[in-house]
Design a protein around this ligand. Structure first.
Ligand SMILES: CC(C)(COP(=O)(O)OP(=O)(O)OC[C@H]1O[C@@H](n2cnc3c(N)ncnc32)[C@H](O)[C@@H]1OP(=O)(O)O)[C@@H](O)C(=O)NCCC(=O)NCCS
Length: 332
């Protein structure tokens, strides 16, 4: 019999500092009006001082552990979905492990950009279903503000920093909370969103210039790709789940652009009331955007539990991840 999985806790953490659209007009040629009407964004949280993505991830992890009432010793794996690191190793997951004291956990990072949480859920689900693990903590944390060219108005207005976490464990009843997962990648579209990591050849071989570590994006192509492909992938995943679209209570999409969210809502015939969006307050927080939107909507009462939901994300790669889930009371 397939092992049922429980989503035991979700959480999020954002840095304190807030930058509004008006603030941005002091450093680039833009306007609150342009940013709001093209993207839906009004403000974003950004790291300051020595804060890092790991710090946010630790706090999100601690909240998810507390919320799920899981003993840290019982966590078998920590998967960190993190694309913006201050260093390649130790992994973000290892650093979070040490801080939360989950010393029985195996730890590794994945890079699926903004689809990171859903990719993490797909891996965690496979680990639990194959009886390799009973409890897996996924932490999605990204500090995109550290990798933006703050003089490039086409990218710097779009992103913010944040972290989210989700605890998955074997269900203590028969209910399986993850009804379907669908992960896609189109590596041939890798040029759409890129973030080079600086590196140099040995100077004895050849002198070379170091490329700056800035996000570069072809916004128009990303937009076209997402509004064309994402609805198809979501419909496929819903079909796999055994539910009908009209039986699903909420749509929790990656928060990249309000116009993309509205296009999805229209195409999937979702009631706007049931489509979760908080992009105006956080901008695009990359892998953290889905857990932030989900947790905040539960905490504010916008999502009423128990409920069914589609979580769906897309990002650099290109990667796309969708899951259909049941959300129990008390998870946030
Ligand atoms: C990035 C995005 C908002 C740009 O919107 P757009 O309507 O396509 O805008 P364009 O790129 O056509 O730019 C239109 C004009 O606005 C200008 N512009 C770009 N950014 C601007 C800004 N922040 N403020 C003011 N003007 C800006 C451009 O220079 C251009 O001017 P021009 O016509 O004189 O050349 C949109 O393409 C988008 O959201 N794409 C998806 C990106 C995404 O989801 N990324 C995340 C993936 S995880």
């Amino acid at each position: 019999m397939s092992i049922p999985i429980k989503i035991a806790g979700v959480s999020f953490q954002v840095p304190e500092a807030v930058v509004t659209n008006d603030d941005l007009t002091k450093i680039i040629d833009t306007s609150d009006e342009w940013i709001r009407t093209r993207t839906g964004i009004e403000r974003r949280h950004v790291l300051s001082g020595n804060e890092t993505a790991v710090d946010m991830g630790i706090k999100a992890a601690q909240k998810a552990i507390k919320q799920s009432k899981i003993n840290v010793e019982d966590i078998d794996y920590i998967i960190a979905a993190a694309s913006v690191e201050t260093h390649a190793y130790p992994s973000t997951a290892c650093e979070i492990q040490a801080a939360v004291g989950a010393m029985n956990a195996a730890c590794f990072d994945i890079t699926a950009a903004c689809s990171g949480l859903i990719y993490g859920m797909g891996i965690a689900r496979a680990l639990i279903k194959s009886e390799t693990a009973k409890t897996v903590l996924i932490v999605a944390t990204d500090a995109v503000s550290r990798c933006l060219d703050w003089s490039d108005r086409t990218t710097c207005v779009l992103f913010g920093d944040g972290a989210g976490a989700m605890m998955l464990t074997v269900s203590d009843d028969e209910q399986d909370d993850i009804l379907a997962v669908s992960l896609k990648a189109e590596g041939n579209l890798g040029d759409y969103i890129k973030m080079p990591i600086p590196g140099k050849n040995c100077p004895l071989v050849e002198p070379n210039e170091q490329e700056p570590m800035f996000v570069k994006m072809n916004g128009k192509e990303v937009y076209k790709y997402v509004v064309t492909k994402l609805p198809i992938y979501i419909e496929e995943c819903v079909e796999k789940s055994g539910l009908k679209m009209e039986e699903i209570d909420y749509l929790v999409p990656h928060q990249a652009n309000m116009r993309i969210i509205e296009a999805l809502e229209e195409r999937l015939k979702f009631n706007p009331e049931n489509v979760i969006s908080n992009i105006k307050d956080y901008a695009n927080t990359s892998a953290a955007s889905i857990p932030i939107a989900l947790t905040e909507a539960i905490q504010s009462g916008k999502i009423k539990l128990p409920a069914t939901a589609i979580l769906t994300g897309f990002g650099a790669g290109m990667t796309v991840g969708t899951t259909v889930v049941r959300l129990r009371e008390g998870i946030a």
